[in-house]
Design a protein around this ligand. Structure first.
Ligand code: BES
Ligand code: MN
Ligand code: ZN
Length: 513
């Protein structure tokens, strides 16, 4: 998607009810925010006849002005715009999150109407309401909601993504407008583009996104947005000693890859942040074969890698002043005569040995080599994103991403970023007692900690490869994939954590001198 094709304008002043001030800009749709209290009242929303129609729908229970709820009325020549789009939102308490969801409703309605120009009348008093995280975050939320709401799954991402190019004119009350709206909105479009990119990668079926194809995608992303790219194929990985990646990948006819992407936004600094994404392009479980239903979901087992790719795209497009090395261990976890087996002891890239108790706990093994790769590439702090466990879903459901850390300040930065992005992240405990679950009699670690605390055991296994660097692990096992549409998240891949990673790095970028 290209945001460069967008036209964004703003006007202030009379955003009252009549049509005459809209003549200069002809939009197909006029968007008006309505909160439940105003809907129940009598004051003018847009036009007397349309207001009557809307309030009639409301009395019938067909429109309640809930955030994300929309109603479209044809204007029948009453206004220059062909359609009036009423969208519910919460004025009190106003939150960035519900504003984003309201914008998502607009996006979904626009996608149905198939229009490309809109006149977007902002709710009065917005500047005051948007003070929660500031105007830029609110404006970005509007753009993110709009685009994420418009997104629909496309199973042929490689054939080119859908490119919505909209002409938008925002109308503000004079006291609500600031230049930051336009800046924030354009940033939000870039963020949403990065999220949609992550979704499309994750939605790609396993046969269309093998580790080798994933590596080619990394190369083309690098060319598109200006990154350095280094790929280790299975032979180079073997020479380097990436025993974890190879063990997981060797059961598949599609050989594994270690993908390294580098974004240098602060050439004067040699401080590097490592982002490591689990890139299991399909997880059948290996010899510990998963059973039965819903296996198709496991095309999403590279959702962490996709989030990292999305973040790389976003930070490069936004030219953030950060240095980031992204590492994606990409492998397919399959059962076969050449697959690794329970009981195997493997030597990881770090030199630590791992006793394999369950081949379905493969993510932590490839990520071990991913962390070591990032460290050898110069990373001084590490954030990994992974569909690591089903257990995190038992703990937090499909709503919240689980976090584990060895460094409280780094975790706090990520948690604060997640509040601005309205993606839920919640810390799991990491007391030393939990590490005992991973003790092995025959190797440095075993890859399965037992029946309980699975998300913690999995996370702490990865942490054992952080070499004491500040590290945060984000388990998106419950949040990377939806079985049904939810607010801004369509069925399928969510692109979760792209927004939080970009928020975090944006703040880092803003605070360097
Ligand atoms: N990719 C899965 C985790 C997962 C499961 C993500 C369901 C999303 C939905 C991971 O590789 C896995 O299989 N984990 C096992 C670990 C267990 C064998 C220790 C799990 O969670 O069941
Ligand atoms: Mn697995
Ligand atoms: Zn997996």
């Amino acid at each position: 998607m290209q945001w460069t094709g967008w036209q964004v304008q703003c006007t202030t002043g009379n955003t009252g009810s009549d049509a005459d001030n809209t003549a200069a800009f002809s939009a197909e749709v006029i968007v008006v925010f309505v909160d439940p209290a105003t809907l129940k009242g009598e004051n003018r929303l847009l036009h007397p006849a349309l207001d009557d129609a809307l309030r009639d729908l409301s009395r019938r229970g067909a429109f309640g002005a809930k955030p994300g709820e929309t109603t479209v009325l044809p204007t029948m020549g009453l206004l220059p715009a062909k359609y009036a789009l009423f969208t519910g939102y919460e004025a009190a308490p106003w939150t960035t999150k519900s504003f984003r969801i309201a914008a998502g409703g607009i996006g979904r309605a626009l996608a149905r109407l198939n229009v490309s120009s809109l006149q977007w009348r902002m709710p009065p008093g917005l500047a005051g309401m948007a003070s929660e995280h500031g105007v830029r975050v609110a404006a970005a939320a509007a753009a993110e909601g709009l685009l994420l709401g418009m997104y629909t799954r496309n199973t042929s991402a490689s054939e080119g993504r859908a490119v919505p190019k909209l002409a938008v004119r925002f109308e503000f009350d004079a006291e609500d407008f600031s230049e930051e709206w336009v800046e924030g909105f354009l940033v939000g479009i870039q963020t949403a583009d990065a999220v949609c990119y992550a979704r499309e990668l994750t939605n790609l079926p396993g046969n269309r996104l093998t580790p080798a194809v994933f590596a080619e995608e990394a190369q083309s992303l690098a060319v598109q947005v200006g990154l350095e790219c280094r790929i280790y194929d299975e032979k180079e990985a073997a020479v380097a000693g990436m025993g974890g990646l190879l063990a997981v990948g060797m059961g598949s006819a599609n050989a594994p890859r270690m993908i390294v992407l580098r974004y240098r936004g602060r050439p004067e600094s040699d401080d590097w942040t490592g982002l490591i994404g689990k890139g299991v392009t399909f997880d059948a479980g290996g010899i510990n074969l998963k059973n039965g239903m819903g296996l198709e979901e496991f095309i999403s087992d590279m959702g962490g890698a996709a989030a990292v790719f999305g973040a790389m795209r976003g930070m490069a497009e936004r030219k953030l002043r950060v240095n980031v090395v992204a590492v994606v261990p990409a492998a397919e976890n399959m059962p076969s005569g050449s697959a690794f087996k329970p009981g195997d002891v493997i030597k990881t890239f770090s030199g630590q040995t791992v006793e394999v108790l369950n081949t379905d706990a493969e993510g932590r093994i490839v990520l071990a080599d991913g962390l070591t790769t990032a460290i050898r590439e110069g990373a001084r702090r590490l954030v990994d994103v992974a569909t690591l466990t089903g257990a995190v879903m038992h703990a937090l459901g499909d709503v919240t991403t689980g976090a584990i850390t060895n460094d409280e300040p780094l975790l706090q930065q990520i948690l604060q970023a997640s509040q601005r992005s309205s993606e839920y992240v919640w810390p799991l405990p990491a007391h030393p007692e939990y590490k005992r679950m991973l003790r092995s009699d025959v190797a440095d670690l075993k890859n399965h900690g037992g029946a309980w605390g699975g998300a913690i055991a999995g996370g702490l296994f990865i942490g054992a490869f952080a070499e004491e660097l500040p590290w945060v692990h984000l388990d998106i096992g419950g949040t990377a994939w939806m079985w049904a549409d939810r607010d801004l998240e369509p069925k399928g891949a969510t692109g979760v954590m792209v927004r939080t990673l970009l928020e975090w790095l944006e703040r880092e970028s803003a605070t360097v001198e």
